[in-house]
Design a protein around this ligand. Structure first.
Ligand SMILES: NC(=O)N[C@H](N)C(=O)O
Length: 269
């Protein structure tokens, strides 16, 4: 679709081969083209960082997470990235390298690097490399539960975790699970979903869990509620609870996305 708007201003969001920004009661789509300078934020307590807020709670208890796409210049970082002691984080690196210190333990993260940081943790994050680093930062307030401990920090990578195939899908749909789904200490999962060319979610999934989906690779038509939306690398989708969802891959390569969901806790009443 093309728009009749005259050119001007920054950025140009009028031409987007992968689709256009959409905001509905059930979902939002922020195409990669919307993540440009005009909507940048900077956080206090950080140097050399800028970020795009992709998701945030909108209406009190009904939404559960925030997600930032962060760019960190060489030498940039923070000695106190988080200000909320109840917030837990997942860091997922999509470009460059990062040095993460958690409780005094030093970790080097490269693209595909994944870190879980529990609430109330002392941690630092710096770009000690010579190129800009890019990462996703997903935050959720940790909900304590009687009889389960708070999870410990861990660092791993996309390359080090074997994906689990979905049953009866001929291996075209798999999920890389960084946390054991039966580990009830965790109240959020940040996974990677991978479809081989021709793969699809063959039914409209509907569930109470909220989602953030950031497309890492490939293209697809994604069903969001009643609409089919074309998506590609760098596009972000936010799905509220119950939003029906499915997808059909459209390219020659794999289609992959980082997927947030809230799990394993009572619902607030
Ligand atoms: N949209 C999705 O990829 N949803 C996943 N199957 C999930 O809810 O785990």
């Amino acid at each position: 679709m093309t728009y009749a708007f005259p050119p001007g201003g920054l950025p140009d969001q009028s031409v987007n081969p992968e689709g256009t920004a959409v905001f509905t009661e059930a979902y939002a789509v922020l195409p990669a083209v919307t993540q440009r300078d005009i909507v940048t934020s900077y956080l206090p307590g950080w140097t050399g960082m800028r970020m795009w807020v992709l998701a945030r709670p909108l209406s009190g208890f009904a939404e559960t997470f925030s997600q930032y796409a962060v760019e960190l210049a060489p030498g940039g970082g923070s000695d106190k990235p988080e200000v909320d002691p109840e917030a837990q984080s997942v860091i997922f690196v999509v470009g460059g390298t990062l040095t993460l210190n958690i409780d005094g333990a030093r970790h080097a993260l490269a693209p595909g690097g994944y870190a879980y940081v529990p609430p109330d943790t002392v941690w630092t994050l710096w770009n000690d490399g010579e190129s800009p680093a890019k990462f996703h930062w997903i935050r959720k307030r940790y909900v304590e539960a009687e009889g389960v401990d708070t999870p410990e920090a861990f660092v791993t990578s996309d390359q080090d975790v074997a994906p689990t195939e979905m049953p009866d899908c001929n291996g075209v749909w798999a999920t890389t699970r960084f946390v054991d789904p039966t580990d009830l200490r965790h109240d959020m999962h940040v996974n990677i979903v991978t479809f081989q060319p021709g793969g699809r979610i063959p039914f409209a999934e509907t569930h109470v869990m909220e989602h953030g989906l950031y497309v890492l690779e490939g293209t697809a038509d994604y069903l969001l509620n009643k609409d089919w939306v074309p998506v590609g690398p760098g596009d972000f989708m936010w799905l509220r609870a119950f939003c029906p969802q499915a997808c059909i891959t459209t390219g020659d390569g794999r289609f992959r996305y980082l997927l947030y969901k809230d799990v394993n806790r009572h619902m607030p009443l």
